[in-house]
Design a protein around this ligand. Sequence first.
Ligand SMILES: Nc1ncnc2c1ncn2[C@@H]1O[C@H](COP(=O)(O)OP(=O)(O)OP(=O)(O)O)[C@@H](O)[C@H]1O
Ligand SMILES: O=P(O)(O)OC[C@H]1O[C@H](OP(=O)(O)OP(=O)(O)O)[C@H](O)[C@@H]1O
Ligand SMILES: [Mg+2]
Length: 282
Amino acid sequence: MLRIAVPNKGSLSGPAAEMLHEAGYQQRRESKELVIVDPANEVEFFYLRPRDIAIYVSSGKLDIGITGRDLLIDSGASAEEILPLGFARSTFRFATKPGTANGVEDLGGTTIATSYEGIVAKHLADKGVDASVVHLDGAVETAIELGVAQVIADVVETGTSLRNAGLQVIGEPIMQSEAVVIRRTGADADEPKVQQFLRRLQGVLVARTYVMMDYDCRAEHLERAVALTPGLESPTVSPLHNEGWVAVRAMVPAKDAQRIMDDLYALGARAILTTAIHACRL
Ligand SMILES: Nc1ncnc2c1ncn2[C@@H]1O[C@H](COP(=O)(O)OP(=O)(O)OP(=O)(O)O)[C@@H](O)[C@H]1O
Ligand SMILES: O=P(O)(O)OC[C@H]1O[C@H](OP(=O)(O)OP(=O)(O)O)[C@H](O)[C@@H]1O
Ligand SMILES: [Mg+2]
């Protein structure tokens, strides 16, 4: 039985459960359930605090975990990222009141409030900056107004929380984060059960980012049409009953689908359809 750590709260928990559900795994029905077994898929899910997941996985008691890249690095635990999942995307940044500092080099002697002391301490050490770090559990943006710190280091997504607190980012992003699948450092990544789990999640990622496109076009336009829809290996081309016409089928990136349909139409292709991909194995 594969033992998997899943975030039980916060920004990661909803999208993680949704992705696992789309990958065909049973998920808990209510938020008080801490462990569930999915016997059909031979998987056991442990719902844990996102911040604790890398620690459980590094201990070897759980095979795999879903957490944030920032939380993984902040923990310092002996675990490594094996698959990025594309949700809970954020940057991690320093911010201050306007006019306080322009870059990390100006932070010497300041007090920096953060929930991610590990990331901040390492970054300051790398930059040779000597500052104090104070740990807060959340709502870190308020620390400056209340005089606990002159600087904060926190997760930024839209920037709304910073704007509302009258703060602005300084320097370059300390890191880019997103949800990731992690394993204990050095664990056997080729293990079949782990590989099957990763293939299922990859299938969801592909189903979310591609659509299937079908269209009819004149045989003499085929090469130009296929250049627009090269597919993953190569498109399927079938003859139509009407001589001189072919039907083409290929996967295309969902974000480009409308533009590709316009370009195919301009080439003379007709009956251009896109359909959602429900699941896939590449
Ligand atoms: N607004 C956000 N947008 C995108 N990702 C976020 C956001 N806030 C936090 N995250 C990501 O979520 C993870 C932190 O999860 P955690 O549950 O500890 O905090 P949270 O989502 O802020 O929840 P809460 O503070 O309500 O407990 C990190 O990987 C972080 O980058
Ligand atoms: O750039 P934004 O879109 O505003 O998102 C970033 C904010 O979201 C998170 O806070 P959350 O709401 O989880 O509260 P917390 O500070 O208590 O963790 C994070 O800690 C930032 O405060
Ligand atoms: Mg938060």
